[in-house]
Design a protein around this ligand. Structure first.
Ligand SMILES: [Zn+2]
Ligand SMILES: [Zn+2]
Length: 318
């Protein structure tokens, strides 16, 4: 099948899967009361899913894998060119999933590697989009190791978009705020319940549930944590036990240098940048006020309210 056609089909499947998962979250939520536009939604969507993914795709494929291909191209050996595409996909899904299990486990036991993984754990409201939050270096390492062998070993070019589709579908599935009962299949396929526990702020699960697609690695290596009930529904039951920046750029700076985001507000340049979004919304409200439609109503003056400082307001809204 031509590559272009595969790209179209994978895009359509992904769009359908997205709608399906969003509907599932609304119908049968694992944690009740999570808003669709939850805390950090726009950062995960705009910065991590759209902007970061776009630029890292160019960096990884054009500036890392292509130069590697010039020096280490093994496609002439025809190691897998005779394999059916389904077998090639299966081979890379399983081998890469084992690698991800081991690397993820290493990230939880090594201080330097934790610095490029903590962003993924920083959200307290985990949903279908939360899996997109990954540090730049984590993506560069993992996706180079994922896609370079597919290209260097001379697999069918359609394996790349098919593998990327499977990644995206599983990424949404295991982070989705949905109730799933897979029965005996849970010993093979990872579930939201196991991975949502991995995002919970409980010491007993910090070194457990490292699997991404195949839960079999956690069962095989004795790192599964499946207590049979959900974590608590309070903010302190989820995400990190320490304060973490809410801003995309600061999240990356934080991996190199620790700081308190709120203390930086004493610097005028930082305050200007940090409050930019709120000021833009404010301007828009003044320019296009959202007045109730219909005849003017005489509103009784209400009790005066205490104004919220702009930085606190932003911290609440972000
Ligand atoms: Zn983790
Ligand atoms: Zn995750």
């Amino acid at each position: 099948m031509p590559l272009q056609k595969v790209l179209t089909i994978t895009s359509v499947i992904l769009a359908c899967w997205l709608v399906f998962i969003i509907a599932w979250e609304r119908i049968s939520p694992y944690r009740k009361g999570l808003a669709f536009f939850r805390e950090g939604f726009w950062i995960d969507l705009v910065w991590y899913t759209l902007i970061q993914s776009y630029f890292l795709k160019i960096l990884i494929f054009d500036y890392i894998i292509m130069p590697l291909q010039k020096h280490f191209d093994l496609s002439h050996l025809h190691l897998m060119s005779n394999w059916p595409v389904a077998l090639q996909v299966l081979f890379f899904v399983v081998t890469h999933d084992l690698y991800i299990y081991l690397f993820h486990r290493f990230q939880h036991s090594n201080k330097a590697l934790w610095r490029i993984h903590e962003a993924h754990h920083s959200g307290k409201e985990v949903d279908f989009l939360a899996g997109s939050r990954s540090h730049i270096m984590e993506i560069i390492i993992n996706q180079t190791i994922e896609f370079a062998p597919i290209i260097l070993l001379g697999a069918n070019p359609v394996v790349v978009p098919i593998k990327a589709l499977i990644d995206a579908m599983f990424g949404m599935f295991i982070h989705a705020n949905i109730k799933v009962k897979l029965g005996k299949l849970k010993y093979l396929i990872n579930t939201p319940e196991l991975h949502l526990w991995h995002h919970a702020n409980y010491q007993e699960v910090f070194h457990a549930n490292f699997s991404t697609k195949l839960s079999v690695w956690d069962y095989l290596f004795g790192t599964v944590y499946d207590p049979g009930h959900a974590p608590g529904n309070k903010p302190e039951n989820w995400g990190l036990y320490y304060d973490y920046p809410r801003d995309y750029f600061l999240q990356h700076v934080f991996s190199i240098k620790r700081f308190d985001e709120k203390k930086l507000l004493k610097y005028p340049w930082f305050k200007w940048y940090y409050t930019l979004r709120l000021r833009l919304i404010d301007r828009l409200d003044k320019f296009m006020p959202l007045k109730p439609q219909g005849p003017e109503v005489d509103l009784q003056p209400s009790a005066p309210t205490t104004p919220i400082p702009i930085e606190d307001n932003l911290i609440q809204q972000n």
